[in-house]
Design a protein. Structure first.
Length: 399
């Protein structure tokens, strides 16, 4: 590896990179499929998938090829000009969704910023200046910019950054009554994740999402689905909303969209999207040729190569295997999820479990302190699930 040894690199990183992450003590240097390798040559089975980004695994041939071809032709020109991959990606996304138009940006937070701005502008134009409030849910996660951290319904992310942006209020997830009571003459939109990811893999109960749609229609406010984490095949359909039979007015994407490169997208129907006109919103990098070429390859591969079918089949298998562990260990409080986003809630902090798995060559994540979160690439095999479960079982047996 380079000119530095592993300890030198960790030390330099800890000294010179903003200390916003406490990192695990490994330097990852290579990835293929559902495996990554560290600088000492140790192999890991990856059930984090770059936080729901590497939906096709690491360095998938289609993505590597698309990036290489594009990077040799045109890397960046700005959005002052038409470019091919961006246009093709917009066509592919709109052909396969409820939406008519796409705004490309660079991250999930930016996609949600665009959604918030569009919802406000749309409501002000249609219904007057007083319409700007957005209702989100408790334990949601929408990003770290000032608007999206405000939208995020978790105090721990707000602390130290007040004053927050005006115009946001929070209601419990899965509670339609409180939501309906909270809508008033200043409400312009309701924004939810179809499944709360960071907040602990909280799934919508029964007809929650359908109920949201009805309430939004009844009060003439927009419904925004943040599919940054659960879109791009994660739940077994290209977009999570398809699996619940409910269409939003605006949807945001990022994480799995770019095949590993940073991209975000905000999609909307024409009637709503038309509130954005030249000058309304912009981004220098958004939808640049390289990231959109990569995303185009990623979306095409997810749609055509049996990836969604594998997500459902292996997701069911993973759920079943985790269910066996739940039977075995009474400290496992709950198991929930859909497709290949699964949360296993423990009675205690999961940090030690994550570290013990890492030592044994398995990467898993923990969110909300006590929820082990499994977000493997959608191409993961049953054999890889078995290998992960063996390690997790052993680690849990030592609790
Ligand atoms: C990760 C995430 C975001 C933020 O995305 P970034 O790319 O980190 O800005 C927003 N919403 C949801 C649901 C997410 O999971």
């Amino acid at each position: 590896m380079g000119t530095m040894d592993t300890d030198q690199l960790k030390d330099l990183s800890d000294r010179h990179i903003a200390a916003t992450y406490s990192r695990f003590p490994v330097v990852l240097v290579k990835g293929h499929g559902c495996k990554v390798w560290d600088s000492e040559g140790k192999e890991y089975l990856d059930f984090v998938g770059g936080l729901a980004v590497c939906n096709l695994g690491h360095c998938h041939a289609n993505i590597v090829r698309a990036i290489k071809e594009q990077v040799e032709r045109l890397i960046h020109v700005s959005n002052l000009y038409y470019t091919e991959p961006q246009t093709e990606l917009a066509k592919l996304l709109t052909d396969n969704s409820f939406a008519d138009r796409v705004f490309f940006c660079n991250s999930g937070a930016e996609a949600n910023e665009a959604a918030i701005k569009l919802a406000r502008k749309h409501a002000k134009e249609r219904k007057g200046q007083g319409r700007f409030e957005i209702i989100t849910t408790i334990n949601s996660f929408h990003g770290r910019t000032m608007a999206t951290v405000t939208a995020t319904g978790q105090e721990k992310f707000h602390k130290g950054f007040e004053p927050l942006l005006p115009g946001f209020s929070y209601v419990p997830f899965n509670d339609l009554e409180v939501l309906e009571r909270s809508i008033n003459e200043s409400t312009c939109a309701v924004m939810v994740e179809p499944i709360q990811g960071e907040g602990g893999v909280n799934c919508p109960s029964g007809n929650y999402l359908k109920g949201l749609r009805k309430i939004c229609d009844r009060h003439d406010v927009l419904l925004i689905f943040d599919e940054v984490q659960v879109g791009m095949g994660r739940t077994g359909t290209l977009f999570a909303y398809e699996g619940y039979g409910v269409e939003p007015d605006i949807m945001t994407l990022a994480k799995g969209l770019g095949g590993g490169l940073p991209i975000g997208a905000m999609l909307a129907k024409e009637d709503v999207a038309s509130s954005f006109v030249p000058g309304s919103h912009a981004t220098t990098f958004g939808g640049n040729p390289v990231v959109t070429a990569s995303a185009l390859a990623a979306v095409n591969t997810i749609l055509k190569n049996g990836v969604l079918e594998n997500c459902i089949e292996v997701g069911d298998y993973l759920s079943k295997e985790l269910g066996r562990l739940r039977q075995k260990y009474p400290f496992i409080k709950d198991l929930r999820g859909k497709g290949l986003i699964i949360g296993m809630e423990l009675e205690f902090d999961g940090g030690d479990i994550v570290r013990a798995c890492l030592e044994r060559g398995v990467l898993i994540n923990c969110t909300m302190g006590t929820v082990l979160r499994f977000l493997p690439p959608l191409i993961v095999t049953k054999g890889e699930v078995d290998a992960m479960i063996r390690v997790l079982d052993e680690v849990l047996s030592h609790v």
